[in-house]
Every structure is written in C-alpha cells, then in structure tokens.
Design a protein around this ligand. Structure first.
Ligand code: NAG
Ligand code: NAG
Ligand code: NAG
Ligand code: NAG
Length: 327
C-alpha cells in the first residue's frame, strides 16, 4: 500500500467513525439533552408504581393500579408504563433510564414493610442521584404516595390519625404557594375556587401534621408546604414540593374528580374540581417533558406500555371504577 492510498483509507475510516458517532443513540441522546427546556421531550412516558392487592382484589392479581391514575396522566399528553412489584434490580434500573418520571399512587400498603415501599425507595434513590447530576426526573406522590415521600425523605413514619375519609375540602394556600413550581401556571380564578370550594378529594386515615413536619429537621429543609388543611383538630400538609428536586406530594386525589364515581360526598365533580385535575396533570406531564430518558428501542417501549393490559370494571365491589391487575 503506497502512502496516498493509506491516507485515503484513514480518511474514509475517520469519516465512517464520524457518521457512526453522529447517528449513534449516544450522539442522538446527547443532542436531545442539549435541547432547550421549552422544546423538551414531546413523547413523555410516566411510570405508575403498582401496589399489593387486598382481599377483594386478590383473585385478579397480586398487584394493581387504579385506572384513574392512568387516565389522569393520559389526559395531559403522556403515556403510562406500569412499574410492577417483585422485579429484579436490573429491570428497575432499565425502566428508570427509560421513563420520564414516576407516580406513587394512594392505597393501603405499609410504609415500612411493603414491596410497594421497597420499590418506591429504589426509584427515589435513583431520582435523587440523577437530579443531582442534572438528569431531570420528577416524582409525584398522591395520598399514600405523598406520605411515602415523607417517609423516604425522613426515614421516619411521622403520621398521625385524622380519619379524613371521604371528605371534599378546599385548600388553605400558604404564602409561598404562589411562588411554587406546581401552582405557577394555574389561573387566578381557579386558585380562588380551590381556596373557597371543596374541590379536593380526601381519603386518608393518616396525615402528616404541620407540627411533626416542622419539628423534623430533614423534612423542613427538604419540602416547602404549599397548602394545609385542618381535620380532627390537626393541621396537616395537603400539598408540598421539594425545594431543590422535582418531587411533589399531595395528600388529596387529583385523579379522582373526573374519573371516579364512588358513592358519597368525598369526590367533587364540579367544573372547578375537574379543572383542578387537568391543571395538576398538565403540570406533572410538563415536568416529565423535561426528562430525556428513552427506551433503548421501540420494541422495548411497546412491550412496557400499559396498553398491553386491560382494565377490569371494579366499580361494583371497590372504590375504583376500573383497575389494572398484574401478577
Ligand atoms: C412478591 O414475592 C414474594 C415472594 O415470592 C411473594 O410472597 C409476594 O406475594 C409477591 N408480591 C407481589 C405483589 O407480587
Ligand atoms: C408525630 O409523629 C408520631 C410518630 O413518630 C406520632 O405518634 C404523633 O401522633 C405525631 N404527632 C403529630 C401531632 O402529628
Ligand atoms: C384553613 O385554615 C383555617 C385556620 O387554620 C382553619 O380554621 C380552616 O378549617 C382551614 N380550612 C380547611 C378546609 O382545612
Ligand atoms: C351506591 O348507592 C346506591 C344507592 O344508594 C346503592 O344501591 C349502591 O349499592 C351503592 N354502591 C356502592 C358501590 O356502594
């Protein structure tokens, strides 16, 4: 081989490497990561953590997700991947790097001993580490999920019994709420309705009191209280967001208002109540748009989506109209 040919080969190889690098998934994800925030990820996918089934649900599967959480996320332009229990660490790691945020739903699992809590901690630890490195990953906790966030952050169960079961309440906004990330894009008239009309649905026996929160050094420095409520003479935290991480907790159920019709007065269906759901869902999904995690392939994405499962009509024997079940 004479010198010019060898040089040509080197040039061709270098060109191939450049093209290869340019088209490789690494290069593409680097490119996507450098997109400005207002473009974001327009195909967000949120995980919803499944929870152990109780007696009335056990014949359908070992874990479940109430369909209202799925509809809540889908209504704002995202898709859902169920995060099933009892999977390997390797599988959870893969899912974490494929989804754009996770929702911890309400329910009845034990904060300390459940598989629900164990898996939640895996994603919580990964999310904190990722966010610290600039890899945006939101976590949303609803009801038990909100209580779980307080447990995962503080390492303590600081809840107190308030028996706030089946109550629709307005929210008491704190002074800092108007500067929050969560409520920043809510219209003023809706915020006024939220403060004066019973638009939030409460189904919790336990609550995180402002007293216990404020005397806990870790929680106090980690979360900002956005709203409170009083029940059973206890002033409790109904909405919070973390100061330096995209972590959000609501003691109430934004997903129920448009999608759950259980008897009783606890679920408001007024126009304002339904609007609250849409604005919260829009906020959460937009947080997920800031994450550029992707499934490694279309095939893996397709296989993980909740569309692979069919919801069951459970309205005749449970508080949920429909639920998804898993083994
Ligand atoms: C998880 O695995 C354990 C041990 O096999 C089993 O007892 C438990 O029922 C499983 N839980 C769920 C929710 O699948
Ligand atoms: C504070 O937390 C403890 C559990 O650590 C609980 O027993 C107590 O009722 C809580 N008190 C209030 C006022 O929330
Ligand atoms: C809002 O706070 C006030 C004063 O603490 C309290 O009296 C009222 O019951 C609270 N409202 C709700 C809906 O919790
Ligand atoms: C709802 O209320 C109706 C009428 O009061 C009753 O017949 C029905 O059993 C109730 N359903 C549930 C799920 O509680």
């Amino acid at each position: 081989m004479d010198m010019p040919t060898r040089t040509r080969v080197v040039y061709v190889l270098a060109a191939c490497c450049l093209v290869g690098l340019y088209c490789s998934p690494v290069a593409i994800s680097l490119l996507l990561r450098s997109l400005p925030e207002d473009i974001g990820n327009e195909r967000p996918i949120l995980g919803i953590l499944a929870q152990e089934t109780d007696k009335s649900f056990q014949k359908h599967g070992s874990s479940y997700i109430a369909a209202s959480y799925v509809k809540f996320i889908e209504s704002a332009g995202a898709r859902v991947v169920p995060i099933r229990l009892n999977r390997s660490d390797e599988e959870y790691n893969k899912i974490f790097h494929s989804i754009n945020g996770i929702l911890y739903p309400g329910g009845g699992a034990d904060l300390k001993t459940s598989e629900f809590s164990r898996v939640a901690k895996i994603f919580y630890d990964k999310a904190l580490e990722a966010n610290e490195k600039g890899d945006y990953f939101p976590i949303w906790g609803t009801c038990l999920g909100h209580q779980l966030l307080s447990y995962l952050t503080s390492g303590e169960d600081l809840l107190t019994w308030t028996n706030t079961d089946n109550f629709a309440l307005p929210l008491n906004f704190t002074k800092v709420a108007k500067d929050s990330k969560m409520f920043a894009n809510f219209p003023d008239d809706l915020l006024q309705e939220m403060a004066s009309e019973p638009v939030t649905s409460n189904f919790h026996f336990w609550s995180l009191s402002v007293q216990n929160f404020s005397t806990n050094e870790i929680l106090r420095h980690f979360y900002k209280i956005l709203t409170t409520n009083v029940h059973d003479n206890v002033l409790f935290i109904s909405t919070m967001e973390a100061y330096s991480y995209p972590l959000y907790g609501v003691q109430w159920h934004p997903e129920k208002n448009p999608f759950e019709w259980r008897n009783g007065t606890g679920i408001p269906h007024s126009r304002a109540a339904v609007k609250v759901t849409y604005y919260i869902a829009d906020f959460l999904v937009n947080e997920a748009r800031k994450s550029n995690h992707r499934f490694p392939s279309k095939k893996e994405e397709t296989e993980a989506l909740i569309y692979n499962f069919n919801p069951v009509f459970t309205g005749t024997f449970s508080s949920f109209e429909q639920a998804y079940f898993f083994d």
